[in-house]
Design a protein around this ligand. Sequence first.
Ligand code: PDD
Length: 280
Amino acid sequence: RIVYVNGAYVPEEEAKVSVFDRGFLMADGVYEVTSVLGGKLLDFAGHARRLDRSLRELGMEMPMSEADLLAIHRELVARNDVVDGMVYLQITRGNPGDRDFAFPPAGTPLTVVLFTQSKPGLADNPQAKTGLRVISIEDIRWGRRDIKTVQLLYPSMGKMMAKKAGVDDAWFVEDGFVTEGTSNNAYIVSGGKIITRNLGSDILHGITRAAVLRFAAEAQMEVEERPFTLAEAHAADEAFITSASAFVMPVVELDGQKIGAGAPGPVAKRLREIYLDESR
Ligand code: PDD
């Protein structure tokens, strides 16, 4: 596989980042995941905009223009023959030479890394037919979940708690309200309404979320952006998640109890269809 590191395209075995890099020492960095379907990047502009925001919120700046970033994405997709899969991008605060809590001086070059992952048949994931089973776990992440940082330890632990419980994923819960999934946004459907948490610093502003809510509105579906409780989720007619890599994925079980009929619901199925149709 050919990867991109600080201006160069190199075989993955030859790619190098310093041990002093603040991404490595302090998780001081941000990332984006952009899906590729049929060789085409999905919603690149949305991901680039969020990247710009994440960087600014942490006192960094886009190290190149959006057009140059797009060119690197396309180059990697082409060089690695990615048909279905994703492009991962990570920007960290670079290598100041010594470990120090204070940020390095302005002008210290950021570390920019991109690589691809192929996932043939990404859009035909059989889990879309069966639905996901999730558990709820306490949301003990930091308070700026709107910034897409590489601090993914607790989400990884959440995923492992789910695995240990024999299910697919976990939903984070704070003060009785669902925030989001370990790596996706969470939704329920109740009384014909699609309910998902409103944007704030307590969830990531999903690019897929924005697209799906737009498609839902265009299809005259009713959407309510507000926090929902775990009890509401248990009583819901259906549930689903969205993310760049999962698109729209039904959720059929929560903490061992079926949601609705315990099978993918019509709203989730329809939104998945619309999203994939519009993306291809
Ligand atoms: N995760 N919430 C969290 C905590 C996430 O990590 C993600 C994305 C989302 C959905 O955002 P988007 O629709 O822009 O992908 C919501 C990516 C896919 C990941 O970490 O691999």
